[in-house]
Every structure is written in C-alpha cells, then in structure tokens.
Design a protein around this ligand. Structure first.
Ligand code: DGI
Ligand code: FE
Ligand code: FE
Length: 192
C-alpha cells in the first residue's frame, strides 16, 4: 500500500531537484496520468511513480554509490556502468525507505524507468514512455514516439528502446543489459 498523495510526492521532488528538472517531472506526471486514462491503467500508481521517478537524479553520485553498495537487492554491476543509470534504482529505494512506499509496481516503475527491463507491467511501460515523450522532449524520434504511444504501448516502448540503443551506439556508449532485455522482450512479442 501507499498512502502518499501525488501532490505530496511532487512537493518532495521539488525540494531536491533543480527547477528545470522539477518542471520535467511535472510534465512526466501529467503525461503518465493521461496515458493511464487512455489505456484504462492505474492513474494513481503511474502518477506517484512519475512524480518520484527522478527523485535521486540531482544527488551527488557519491551518495548514490553508497545506496547501491548498501542495498542488497540493487545489482552491483551498476557501479561499473554510467552514473546516469543509478538514479532510477536508488530513487526507488529512497521511495521505499523515506516515503514508505511498498507497492512493488510503483517501486519497479521508478527503478526501471531509464532502462526498461524484461516483462514490464503496464505501469512500468507508461512511466518509461511518459519520460520519453513528455512535451518538453524535442529529439528527432519523439514525434513518432508520441504517435505510437497514442495507439499501442508495446510498439511505442519497442520504438523508444530501439532508438535509445541506436543513439547510445552512435555515441559509443555501453548499453546496460536491462536495456537489451527490454528491447528483446518487446521484439519477440511483436513477432508473435
Ligand atoms: O532522467 P532523465 O534525463 O529524465 O531520463 P532517463 O532516466 O531515461 O535517462 C537518463 C540517461 O540515461 C539518458 O541520457 C540516456 C541514458 N541511458 C539510458 N539507457 C542507457 C543509458 N546510458 C547507458 N550508458 N546505457 C543504457 O543502457
Ligand atoms: Fe531519469
Ligand atoms: Fe525523467
């Protein structure tokens, strides 16, 4: 259960984020709630997860590193990947420990919002996509991402992952395994 209101979660994020990042978080929250309405999803769960999805994003990486080391069920291989990948897993632990959120779906939506993963739930897909297509995003692939998100969550997630992987490869960046697991999962489902 979680008793935190979305407004309260937003207020907590506002305390720890730059104003620019907080504006992004509000747009992701609105986008996620709208997607939930469209797909008959859980507006509260996606709204709460979206309101907290970047909670750890502006924190010092030495703080994030301590959390990864201390939390037994956070994978230690994160420490060998880009620090950009740390704020989702750590943010979900903070949501649990500081705000006492124990709904696994909400926690996973925060945890996997950057990479995705295999077997994403509808709540996870919606938060992942809302982060990708919120109205403040303006990279070339975003128009098609919005169009797909309007019609099919799986196709939209597949497209977002495909584009992100291509972008990372073009930048000669390593790709975290969960990103591949997510991409393969959606690809296999689209073949069937
Ligand atoms: O926190 P946001 O900026 O709103 O968005 P995000 O959490 O989706 O992405 C943060 C960054 O992480 C973004 O610049 C892309 C990068 N990223 C996503 N997946 C991977 C990744 N970077 C690496 N190295 N590997 C990945 O698999
Ligand atoms: Fe993020
Ligand atoms: Fe974000």
């Amino acid at each position: 259960m979680s008793f935190m209101k979305i407004e309260e979660a937003l207020a907590e994020s506002e305390k720890v984020l730059t104003s620019k990042r907080f504006e992004h978080v509000k747009r992701v929250t609105d986008t996620a709630i709208n997607l939930a309405k469209k797909y008959n999803g859980d507006e509260y769960k996606v709204g709460l997860a979206a309101a907290l999805h970047d909670y750890a994003k502006d924190m010092d990486y030495t703080v994030l590193k301590k959390w990864i080391k201390a939390e037994l069920d956070l994978p230690k291989d994160l420490l060998h990947h880009h620090t950009e990948l740390w704020h989702g897993p750590v943010g979900s632990k903070m949501a649990n420990r500081i705000f006492l959120i124990d709904d696994q779906d909400i926690l996973n939506a925060i945890r996997y919002h950057t990479t995705g993963r295999q077997h994403m739930t509808q709540v996870e897909k919606i938060v992942f996509l809302a982060d990708y297509i919120e109205p403040g995003r303006n990279f070339p692939a975003v128009a098609k991402g919005r169009e797909l998100a309007d019609n099919d969550l799986d196709l939209a997630c597949h497209y977002a992952l495909e584009n992100s992987i291509q972008f990372l490869i073009s930048k000669k960046q390593p790709i975290y395994p969960d990103t591949f697991f997510a991409f393969n999962d959606f690809t296999e489902r689209l073949l069937n």
